[in-house]
Design a protein around this ligand. Structure first.
Ligand SMILES: [Fe+2]
Length: 208
């Protein structure tokens, strides 16, 4: 998260077919090698002529959008958000999912949502309810309280005044090849590949 300009495309922490049958290999290639790469390239292009921003981290840029030069605010919001969101999304999945939350995060989910089942239901509702393209998130505030939110397009939750723990991409590019218009089925399958260890790490060590 300390990375600065020029930003680089992060490699996947697993093989392209590792999340089969839940997320297919072809989708992973398009999603990572084309869509994610485009966000990285367009973010770098936006920042190219602003050397005063070249020592800023991505999180700083996204937390300070309104202070950026007006000419690049939208490009950084869309492409910088795209880079951060996809880094978190791809890193937040694993072929070796524990299938249920672990450790302190598991306790917090039970505390704030009543049960893991309730959490899943509420999270799925947020992901299904996002009209058009966007994301659903599990985030924590500075007191460690959990909340589920959704964002449009490549927006980050609340200008990153909250800490992202877990997120699902509900842009059609994330699921259309395998699931076509069946977003609910995609969400149900995604629950099988969540990296709960990674999620707990983000809960215990907030990135913002
Ligand atoms: Fe995506």
């Amino acid at each position: 998260m300390k990375e600065t300009y020029p930003f680089k495309l992060k490699s996947l922490p697993y093989d392209y077919d590792a999340l089969e049958p839940f997320i297919d290999k072809e989708t992973m290639h398009y999603h990572h090698d084309k869509h994610h790469l485009a966000y990285v390239n367009n973010l770098n292009k936006a920042l190219e002529n602003y050397p005063e921003l070249h020592d800023k981290t991505l999180i700083w840029l996204l937390q300070n959008l309104e202070n950026l030069p007006e000419a690049i605010q939208t490009a950084v919001r869309n492409n910088g958000g795209g880079v951060l969101n996809h880094n978190l999304f791809f890193d937040g999945m694993t072929p070796a999912s524990s299938k249920a939350p672990v450790g302190r995060l598991a306790e917090a989910i039970n505390r704030d949502f009543g049960s893991f089942e309730n959490f899943k239901e509420t999270f799925k509702k947020a992901a299904l309810g996002r009209f058009g393209s966007g994301w659903a998130w599990l985030v924590s505030d500075e007191n460690g309280n959990l909340k589920i939110v959704s964002t449009a397009n490549q927006d980050v939750p609340m200008n990153l005044r909250v800490n992202p723990i877990l997120e699902i991409d509900v842009w059609e590019h994330a699921y259309y090849l395998k699931y076509q218009n069946r977003r609910a089925e995609y969400i149900d399958n995604w629950f099988n590949v969540i990296d709960w260890n990674k999620a707990e790490e983000l809960y215990n060590n907030p990135i913002v």
